[in-house]
Design a protein. Structure first.
Length: 136
């Protein structure tokens, strides 16, 4: 298992106390987290520093954005193949209608999408909703 410090180094992110704390939250929860979720787990952190940490993590390919059905922006860990040059976050996101948690489902292929030739797909987001394994 790679430590949070090693992950930060691998993504060329300078190690700071808040960056380690935020990354550990993602590693422990295995769920997409909103900025408000993170603020609840780390109540004594400066909001600007937290925002900058999330922005840095996203820019460097450590996390990606997920917008749930309530239009709340959440962040989830990227796969190991992501970097600042390439995000591999086109996978299904599952949102539980009961507990409202959002989870990345990477082992299910996305449906094939064919659009008319005059359209160019630049991003594909697929969110599936229902009951998660804990709420089922």
């Amino acid at each position: 298992m790679v430590s949070s410090t090693q992950q930060l180094s691998a993504h060329k992110i300078r190690t700071t106390e808040i960056r380690i704390a935020v990354l550990n939250l993602f590693l422990e929860n295995k769920q997409a987290l909103s900025k408000q979720d993170i603020e609840q787990f780390l109540p004594n952190q400066d909001r600007i520093t937290l925002y900058r940490t999330l922005k840095t993590f996203e820019d460097k390919g450590l996390i990606h954005r997920v917008i749930n059905s309530s239009n709340i922006l959440k962040y989830a860990l990227c796969s190991d193949s992501c970097s600042h040059d390439y995000h591999n976050d086109q996978h299904i996101h599952f949102e539980c209608t009961n507990c409202r948690q959002t989870t990345c489902i990477e082992n299910v292929p996305l449906p094939k999408l064919t659009l008319p030739k005059e359209y160019l797909v630049q991003n594909l987001e697929l969110t599936v909703s229902g009951l998660c394994k804990d709420c089922k």
